[in-house]
Write a protein that binds this ligand. Sequence first.
Ligand SMILES: Cc1cc2nc3c(=O)[nH]c(=O)nc-3n(C[C@H](O)[C@H](O)[C@H](O)COP(=O)(O)OP(=O)(O)OC[C@H]3O[C@@H](n4cnc5c(N)ncnc54)[C@H](O)[C@@H]3O)c2cc1C
Length: 379
Amino acid sequence: MDFSYSEAQISIADMIRDFANKHIRPDMMIWDETQKFPIDLFHKLGELGLMGVLVPTEYGGSGLGYFEYITIISEIAKVCGSIGLSVAAHNSLCTGHIMYFGNEEQKRKYLPKLASGEWIGAWGLTEANTGSDAGNMRCQAVQEGDEWVINGTKNWITHGISGNVAVLIARTGAPRTKNNTTAFIIEKGTPGFMAGKKENKLGMRASETAELVFDNCRISDAQRMGPVGDGFHQAMKVLDGGRISIASLALGIAKGAYEASLKYSKERHQFDQPISNFQAIAFKLADMATQIEASEMLIYQAADKKNKGEKMSKESAMAKYYASEAAVRISTDAVQIFGGYGYTKDFPVEKYYRDSKLCTIGEGTSEIQKLVISREILK
Ligand SMILES: Cc1cc2nc3c(=O)[nH]c(=O)nc-3n(C[C@H](O)[C@H](O)[C@H](O)COP(=O)(O)OP(=O)(O)OC[C@H]3O[C@@H](n4cnc5c(N)ncnc54)[C@H](O)[C@@H]3O)c2cc1C
């Protein structure tokens, strides 16, 4: 494996740093305080090619690979986890699902709008009573001639209000049976499809999370993606890639918290010396640096397999599990290194601390990652 960053990755990172300093850093604490989803920012990110990173150029995307994708998500998350989460969810969930499982007509219709950032995408799998146990969902689509009638609610959906289009995984067979779910594409404005409650969250507050509500929502069979009954299988494939996204998000948050701590530990003096002179602080920094490099290697291993089109469920679960737990440990230690200042909103580490926790929950909790890993190694 080659561990050096490519020229493309270096120039992408430079571009994002520059963009973030102008367009994210100045307002991110206001967005965080007010839970504002800054939709115009995502249109701008689209102009830079960051909303359709993996989408082939023939569908209006940037046609890049997973290594570049990791750089994009982690560099954004280094500055603001919320913006990183929204870019990740848009690219890998809604856009990714249509890219992998849409037919030619669906890809031509939706991918250019999503890749340019003109449209924001949402992806609905989770429900109030079925998160980890997503296969047991209640939201149901019933076929009536050439149409489907959908009833139910999806919860915790990123861009549930602002999304112009949603990929929905709904139950089309009997509960607790095999192949009982199907994927559909549903546009905002379709009668019977509306947004519900917006969540008031601990972290990732500028990334919008809301319910999707379906009340006798009728869509044409042309909006179905892939065969009837294939929804869960498709969702699991999408989440394999999505886990690289969340691992990259965690990596960026961890790097942001570490870099802030390293700088602060050299500047802050106690007992007439920088606090980095104290072994208790220096060892925290050593632990942080080691965990960041280990996370990065696991993420690159999964990305390498994904780029080659190889099966990578185990590798992406390992990357997501390790990087997200590491990000929580690292951002917790960062608050400790900052002392009382770390507990205030004048310094960046309290936000990394709050944002990091989502990474151990979203797109499969750490416990579910361990389930995936153990199933793979015990085969
Ligand atoms: C900010 C945010 C954004 C999100 N965005 C989206 C989105 O865009 N689309 C979407 O579909 N979903 C989204 N989600 C939902 C997310 O994927 C779920 O919250 C997650 O999968 C966990 O499901 P749950 O919350 O129902 O927890 P539960 O499944 O109820 O889990 C509760 C606890 O039980 C544990 N547990 C459950 N089952 C097992 C088991 N078999 N073995 C061991 N432990 C177990 C879990 O690990 C966890 O600790 C989002 C969530 C958040 C917080």
